[in-house]
Design a binder for this molecule. Structure first.
Ligand code: FES
Length: 116
């Protein structure tokens, strides 16, 4: 019998040049809703649910000056780089996910229990 291990598995999401600076797209990775954002040439991935009332952040506005996702329901804001809730009503951060570039593709990592 084998035991489960914690591992980060990367999923290829989009070609890096398909997302312009300040753009965001929703993606679903292994059943997990994620929003991917390009900000100042870097890519960031956070959970696609506002921690206030669960509104999809892929429908949020994006303030490129400060790197903030602005929830479309009650205007709560999250720092896309850290997931921190910086403007209420949300007080809890959104989960962030690792992102890497491989051969011009953006890959988002999820950590979970995987059977070896
Ligand atoms: S649901 Fe996002 S601020 Fe209320």
């Amino acid at each position: 019998m084998t035991s489960a291990v914690e591992a980060t598995v990367y999923a290829r999401v989009v070609a890096a040049d398909e997302l312009r600076d300040g753009e965001l797209i929703p993606v679903e990775i292994d059943g997990t809703p994620v929003v991917l954002v390009r900000h100042r040439g870097e890519f960031f991935a956070v959970q696609n649910n506002c921690t206030h009332r669960d509104f999809p952040l892929s429908e949020a506005g994006f303030d490129a000056r400060d790197g903030l996702l602005i929830c479309a329901w009650h205007n709560g804001c999250f720092d896309v780089r850290t997931g921190e809730a910086v403007v209420p009503p949300p007080t809890e951060p959104v989960e962030t996910f690792p992102v890497r570039l491989v051969d011009g593709w953006v890959e988002v990592g999820l950590t979970g229990s995987l059977e070896p």
